[in-house]
Design a binder for this molecule. Structure first.
Ligand SMILES: Nc1ncnc2c1ncn2[C@@H]1O[C@H](COP(=O)(O)OP(=O)(O)OP(=O)(O)O)[C@@H](O)[C@H]1O
Length: 341
């Protein structure tokens, strides 16, 4: 289990990670998701022990590794790290790369563990090959085998798939997730790619300007975003104006019941996702197609209502309408999310 309590990190008195708290249960996979410069890598380096905290506490399996004057060195934290550029030694074979982190053991034991790890990532046949003879995806699997060979309490992955092409990235992310789950390891990934975060992680933390905006499942982030930033950053959608009163909110697309009746009153912004808008020829609400993007199974429409409010609509692709066509829409809103204007 990895616990962070109000962790702050700074470079030269310039705070880049502020008051971050979350708990990653043992055996779960977490992800720090955020745009460039949001502080994800700095936080990961803090957990690994490469950076000292300015305040806060990091606890790893009940052991305080960073707090006040306590700072356990990276090599004594039982953490392993996998980097974007794989960081394999080019002059060592795959097997030697994996045995490298096991110096303290007897030779035979090191080799047995490394062979087992290479087999686990499906690369036993490449034990004697050098990294340059492997594809990017295979090299990253060797890097993973090397990290897992040390039986870390926590595996940290810093954008491990970002140098691979899109197709491979997706399949490798899924494959690596399964390997980590099979090994029962607690892992934390850093990425700026939300599809990767969704495919990989059980819990996702959205970082923005050094702060953790929300720590939740992908479903929660999408359907119950805690802040307007998360609502905008995760998935697509628009905000339409509304007026909240009592337990509901009035908008140009109808009246919706609020999940927490007293959370906001008066003028609000209501989050409408593309999948909340359903094509319905019997609806009194008509909209005009402004733009459309064919996505295979779906068409994503940008629609203008009569008062020029814009919404997005994800329709099955047999609902095929040209630009400027009009059709009826209905809002099917299961989670009503509102923010102050
Ligand atoms: N060694 C350093 N010295 C000084 N400032 C740094 C250092 N490393 C990072 N920073 C600054 O800290 C902030 C957070 O950087 P960090 O690399 O943690 O963000 P990130 O979210 O991981 O971004 P990216 O995805 O681009 O790596 C940025 O403003 C960056 O310029």
């Amino acid at each position: 289990m990895l616990e962070l309590e109000q962790v702050c990190l700074a470079y030269n008195n310039n705070t880049v990670v502020e008051d971050v708290s979350f708990t990653l249960p043992r055996g779960s996979i977490g992800c720090l998701l955020g745009s460039s410069g949001s502080g994800k890598s700095t936080l990961l380096r803090g957990i690994a022990g490469f950076e000292s905290l300015t305040s806060g506490r990091i606890v790893l399996n009940q052991r305080v590794v960073s707090h006040g004057t306590t700072h356990i060195a990276p090599e004594h934290r039982r953490v392993a790290m996998v980097f974007q550029d794989f960081a394999l030694f080019p002059h060592l074979t795959c097997l030697q790369n994996v045995t490298f982190g096991l110096q303290a053991m007897a030779e035979q034991e090191r080799i047995a563990i490394a062979q087992r790890q290479l087999a686990m990532v499906g690369l036993q046949a490449y034990a004697e090959a050098y990294p340059h003879a492997l594809s990017g995806g295979q090299q990253q699997r060797v890097a993973l085998a090397r990290a897992l060979a040390t039986s870390p309490d926590v595996l940290l992955l810093d954008e491990p798939f970002s140098s691979l092409d899109a197709g491979l990235r997706d399949s490798l992310a899924r494959e690596v997730r399964q390997l980590i789950k099979d090994a029962g390891i607690t892992a934390l990934l850093v990425t700026h790619d939300q599809q990767e975060a969704f495919a990989f992680a059980d819990h996702i933390g959205v970082m923005h300007q050094g702060q953790l905006q929300q720590w939740a499942t992908a479903y929660e982030l999408y359907h119950r975003p805690a802040t307007a930033f998360v609502a905008n950053f995760v998935g697509q959608g628009v905000f339409i104006p509304g007026s909240a009163q009592g337990g509901s909110v009035n908008t140009v697309l109808g009246t919706f019941r609020l999940a927490h009746p007293h959370e906001e009153q008066g003028p609000v912004r209501v989050l409408i996702r593309p999948d909340d808008i359903v094509h319905d020829d019997h609806s009194p609400y008509q909209a005009r197609v402004v733009r459309r993007a064919f996505r295979g199974a779906h068409i994503q429409y940008e629609l203008a209502l009569d008062d020029q409010t814009r919404v997005l609509c994800l329709a099955p692709s047999h609902h095929d309408h040209p630009v400027d066509a009009r059709f009826g829409i209905r809002v099917d809103l299961e989670h009503v999310v509102v923010f102050k204007p």
